[in-house]
Design a protein around this ligand. Structure first.
Ligand SMILES: CC1=C[C@H](O/C=C(C)\C=C\C2=C(C)CCCC2(C)C)OC1=O
Ligand SMILES: CC(/C=C/C=O)=C\C=C\O
Ligand code: FE2
Length: 557
């Protein structure tokens, strides 16, 4: 096979100065080199939507033949076709004039290096996408995040850091020994910030992943990588929750302690890089802490989940992935929910709950009696029926080989009821009939004004079966226990993100943004009305983008 090197036959990238947006469109026909031979773009109606953005050719990635092989490979699971793009999208429908600001979405978008194909969805190098809304117009852009891991892969044409499931191959035994030392110091762990993006209270925009070193500051306008976000405290540790709770006044996160199983709950003020400890939770099960991809808060409490899917030191050391990657399922260790008072750092409840598997908490709130005393904490999550196979279903091979079988494991809105009266047990039940959203459920958002408060609506990806991945957008009414679903045949929608209308008083008064990867390789940004859940506008990208994970909203100043 011809060498399909990462850096081979690429064009020059667009420099920020010439990546200016033009409101003029022109038809573009050019040759994209895909490594082996040249791919001359045939005339395509989509060309009319490719704006004149640059005088230089964009860096076009050579894609692996394997990745592109066959028509079956959905664009959602195909590496992004070029390093960067910027241009105005033609809009169908009407973008509300009040929608003024930038939606950023991060996610793994580049799944090969040299002729090596990554295995898992979460391994890909970060692709940051930008949708800028202004005066009813929509300017889109995407760009790779210049992490050390990504730059090293490009430079050396091989994997150089440990990703979610990938481990660089040591050249010899000595380098294997060195590798182990690097693993313990964190030097070999990736900084590929491919999971989410948050706007801190001070305006800095940070891309994140599970490793602390993978906290990278970006410019939300140019998508430039500005540098690593260095935590200036001496708390140490290598990992943190991929989903901190970020508001205008604080940044809260969990630091799992793998040596003395537990979690530090930490808080950072806007304008600071220093995290301060609010308190510590000791695990009640073992041998290690449970995976904390995310966690919820209420007005007065931080909720620390202790999931029986636990970090696994042996699996961290293994070169080949296990079915559960860096984790191990320990049903005998049980599941727990801990409630920490934000003001005092004291644990006010620690209850055993039924076994559970979740990536994403949706929200939590305090339940009060008629005297205003808090009697319980309610915490909702996208719960996979205590079934860990979802991790395996997110292998690229499984995602890419969909032939119409119904293989997506069932999931539900898992509602934890955590009593604060000293009881030893909490409950976990479905908040509504999971059939309402096709028994698929993940990638959620809420109106951020309801963070930690009693709320009614959650937006998420649901399922229209048969499917191998969540393929609908769903608006869940937790009061009426009903869902409204959006579906388009063959489409893979990304996390629906709610943006409230300024001045709104109703919880669902706003829009929901998602990006759709279509069956035919195309893609578009979609706006749904937050209340009716009907389409109000879409803006077509010049080409379909890979699936992305989480986003944030940067309002216009
Ligand atoms: C989900 C999700 C996966 C992705 O994770 C990325 C990495 C690099 C994770 C690495 C690790 C663990 C998942 C467990 C413990 C060790 C370590 C190797 C850091 O990011 C996501 O959000
Ligand atoms: C994409 C995903 C789960 C999908 C399950 O149905 C999880 C992403 C984690 O960040
Ligand atoms: Fe996530």
């Amino acid at each position: 096979m011809a060498s399909l090197a990462f850096s081979a036959s690429i064009g020059r990238s667009i420099s920020p100065s010439n990546a200016m947006v033009s409101d003029k469109f022109e038809s573009r026909r050019e040759g994209f080199s895909l490594g082996k031979g040249t791919f001359a773009r045939k005339r395509d109606p989509r060309d009319s939507m490719v704006p004149k953005v640059a005088t230089q050719a964009p860096t076009v990635f050579p894609s692996l033949e394997k990745e592109l092989a066959g028509d079956r490979n959905h664009v959602a699971w195909t590496s992004v076709r070029q390093e960067r793009y910027e241009g105005e999208l033609a809009v169908q429908g009407e973008i509300p004039l009040w929608l003024s600001g930038t939606y950023l979405r991060n996610g793994p978008g580049m799944w090969h290096v040299g002729d090596y194909n990554f295995r898992h969805l979460f391994d890909g190098y970060a692709t940051l996408v930008r949708l800028h809304f202004e005066n009813g117009r929509l300017i889109a852009a995407h760009r790779q995040i210049e992490s050390e891991a990504y730059k090293a892969a490009k430079k050396n044409n091989k994997l150089c850091y440990r990703e979610f499931s990938e481990v660089p191959k040591p050249d010899n035994f000595l380098s294997y020994v060195g590798e182990l030392a690097n693993l313990f110091s964190g030097a070999s762990l990736t900084d590929n910030a491919n999971t989410g993006v948050v706007k801190l209270g001070d305006g800095r925009v940070v891309c994140l992943t599970e490793t602390q070193k993978g906290s990278i500051v970006v410019d939300p306008n140019t998508l430039d990588t500005l540098g690593r976000f260095e935590y200036s405290d001496s708390l140490g540790g290598l990992i943190h929750s991929a989903h901190p709770i970020v508001t205008d006044t604080e940044f809260l996160t969990l630091l799992p302690d793998l040596f003395r199983p537990g979690y530090l709950v930490v808080r950072m003020e806007p304008g600071s890089n220093e995290r301060k400890v609010l308190g510590r939770v000791d695990c009640r099960g073992g041998p290690t802490p449970g995976w904390v991809h995310s966690f919820p808060v209420t007005e007065h409490y931080v909720i620390v989940p202790e999931m029986p899917l636990r970090y696994c030191a042996q699996n961290l050391l293994r070169a080949e992935p296990t079915p559960l990657y860096k984790f191990e399922w320990h049903p005998e260790s049980k599941g727990f929910m801990h409630v920490m008072c934000k003001a005092s750092g004291k644990i006010v409840a620690s209850v055993e709950v039924p076994l559970f598997v979740t990536f994403h908490f949706i929200n939590a709130y305090e339940e009060k009696d008629e005297d205003g005393r808090v009697t319980a904490v309610i915490a909702d999550c996208c719960e996979h029926n205590a079934d860990t196979t979802i991790l395996e279903k997110l292998r690229l091979q499984n995602l890419r080989s969909f032939m119409g079988e119904d293989v997506l494991p069932d999931a539900r809105v898992g509602r934890f009821i955590i009593p604060l009266d000293g009881s030893r047990h909490g409950k976990l039940e479905a908040a509504l009939d999971p059939g309402e959203h096709g028994k698929g459920m993940d990638m959620c958002s809420i109106n951020p004004a309801y963070l930690g408060k009693k709320y009614r609506y959650a937006y998420a990806c649901g399922a229209q079966r048969p499917c191998n991945f969540p393929n609908t957008l769903t608006k869940i009414d937790l009061l009426e226990k009903k869902a409204k679903n959006w579906y388009e045949e063959g489409a893979v929608p990304s996390e629906p993100f709610f943006v409230a209308r300024p001045g709104s008083t109703e919880e669902d008064d706003g829009v929901v943004i998602s990006m759709i990867s279509e069956k035919n390789g195309d893609g578009y940004a979609l706006l749904l009305d937050g209340s009716t859940f009907e389409e109000i506008a879409r803006g077509k990208f010049p080409y379909g983008l890979p699936y992305g994970l989480h986003g944030c909203w940067v309002p216009k100043k």
